[in-house]
Design a protein around this ligand. Structure first.
Ligand code: NDP
Ligand code: HSE
Length: 437
């Protein structure tokens, strides 16, 4: 503590929210105060913690109880750095805008807000000449946004493929290892504290879609919002789908897929979240339980993979504190980090144009001409078949498993509709996209 810069007075830090993430942030700010001061060059002084419930017992936290307030709007006016870990759209948005207007830099973990209305926040940060950092918003502890925004700023990122939701990865992993059904595993995830009482945001893919929008925006220098992301959750993944994947030596994962498509004047971006089969040999297949991983392909760097804990108080607080140190250093030394980069302004393509592969299981009649009718449905939609496997079942029926070559999603989807309408097809028992091979 002999550094002369420490004599210039503390950097005032306001914490908005003291739940799962906020509690860990408050604890780390307090217990690591000396190291943080040395790393920043000035002490970080926690000047207040805004919460919703004034009466809640928070005595286990190593902070002065007098710091708690329910007046977040007032708190943001007297801070140099504001950490927003309330979540949701309102009042988080107004509080961040007010903090920026008052000259504070902001650190947030709020992917829902960034994916819905990021440009408003980035514009406010630019107008104020302040920092807006949000590493914790995607994949918790994993440093992924800064590598994309800074380390890969000289390269051409072509694809970002990630498992960015821990709850759904836990559920799919358990379905794969135990053979249990979706509902049963969600109950277990809730009992273990992974899934919320209302798991909709996770299992319906909203959380992953918000993260995909943020990843795509940074990777492709293009504004992508949640509304631009094609989203399918995992609620309809059945034990039969998981078994079908196993039979293919694949595993089912909820993937966030951000791709640059086309070339020259036709270049665009495709951003989607949906369950998909990936080969067990793919690096993402080994991401188990509630872990996250993001696979990045860049023209010059090649393939990169980032892996770690995507949720939880301490892992997320690690990312938040990293941002706090970064923006506090700017307060000490001057300047600011990179703002929004949306110069490329690429069109976001509809899901129908995304190129993918399908795995389709059909229950069909076992008689002459059936394969020919099935093959014709594929050919009529210009979809090429890669493999066909047939298993005879009971009562003169057969299970037909078709894996396609890559084709536009619209053509693949129309093929499935055409197959379902054939007399010889009793049921389309499983349809899943195949990625990563
Ligand atoms: P919690 O629900 O655990 O905590 C929310 C906190 O905000 C609580 O302390 C609550 O107060 C407070 N709060 C709610 N409304 C207000 C308000 N109007 N004014 C002041 N304070 C308010 O959320 P998490 O900690 O789980 O998540 C916070 C953010 O971090 C979210 O954006 C989330 O998406 C993100 N995130 C979370 C991760 C995780 O693992 N949990 C991982 C990565 C990102 P009170 O305590 O009184 O209820
Ligand atoms: N609910 C999220 C998950 C954690 O399960 O990954 C916060 O991003």
């Amino acid at each position: 503590m002999t550094d002369k810069r420490l004599a210039e007075g503390p950097i005032r830090v306001a914490l908005l929210g003291c739940g799962v993430v906020g509690s860990s942030v408050a604890t780390m700010l307090t217990t690591h105060a000396a190291d943080l001061a040395a790393r920043v060059g000035r002490p970080l002084e926690l000047v207040g913690i805004a919460v919703r419930r004034a009466g809640k017992d928070r005595s286990e936290l190593p902070v002065d109880p007098a710091l708690f307030t329910t007046d977040a709007a007032e708190l943001v006016t007297r801070a140099d750095v504001v950490i927003e870990v309330i979540g949701g759209i309102d009042p988080a948005r107004d509080l961040i805008l007010s903090a920026l207007k008052h000259g504070a830099s902001v650190v947030t973990a709020n992917k829902a807000l960034l994916a819905e209305d990021g440009p408003t926040l980035y514009a406010a940060a630019d107008a104020a000449g302040a920092d807006l950092y949000y590493e914790a918003a995607v994949a918790g502890a994993i440093p992924i946004l800064r590598p994309i925004r800074e380390s890969l700023a000289g390269d051409d990122v072509r694809k970002v493929l990630g498992i960015v939701n821990g709850t759904t990865n836990f559920v799919l992993d358990k379905m794969d290892t135990t053979g249990a059904g979706f509902a049963e595993v969600v109950e277990e995830a809730q009992a273990l504290g992974y899934a919320e009482a209302d798991p909709t945001a996770d299992v319906e893919g909203f959380d992953a879609a918000a993260k995909a929008a943020i990843l795509a925006s940074l990777a492709f220098h293009t504004r992508v919002s949640s509304a631009d992301v094609h989203r399918e959750g995992i609620t309809e993944v059945t034990a039969a789908d998981i078994q079908a994947a196993k039979d293919m030596d694949c595993v089912v994962k909820l993937l966030a897929i951000c791709e640059k498509t086309g070339e020259g004047d036709d270049v665009g971006v495709s951003v989607r979240v949906h369950p998909a089969m990936i080969p067990r040999s793919h690096p993402l297949a080994s991401v188990r339980e509630a872990y996250n991983a993001v696979f990045v392909e860049a023209a010059a760097a090649g393939e990169l993979m980032f892996y770690g804990k995507g949720a939880g108080g301490d892992p997320t607080a690690s990312a938040v504190l990293g941002d706090v140190v970064a923006v506090a250093r700017h307060k000490v030394g001057g300047g600011r980090g990179p703002g929004e980069s949306a110069y490329a302004d690429l069109p976001v393509r509809a899901m129908g144009q995304a190129r993918t592969r399908y795995h389709i299981s059909l229950d069909v009649a076992d008689r002459p001409g059936v394969l020919a009718q099935v093959a014709t449905a594929f050919a009529e939609h210009d979809v090429s078949i890669e493999t066909v496997r047939q298993q005879i079942t009971d009562n003169g029926r057969a299970n037909l498993i078709v894996v396609t070559h890559t084709a536009p999603d619209a053509a693949l989807s129309a093929t499935v509709d055409a197959l379902a309408a054939l007399d010889i097809v009793t049921a389309v028992t499983s349809v899943m996209r195949v990625e990563g091979s």
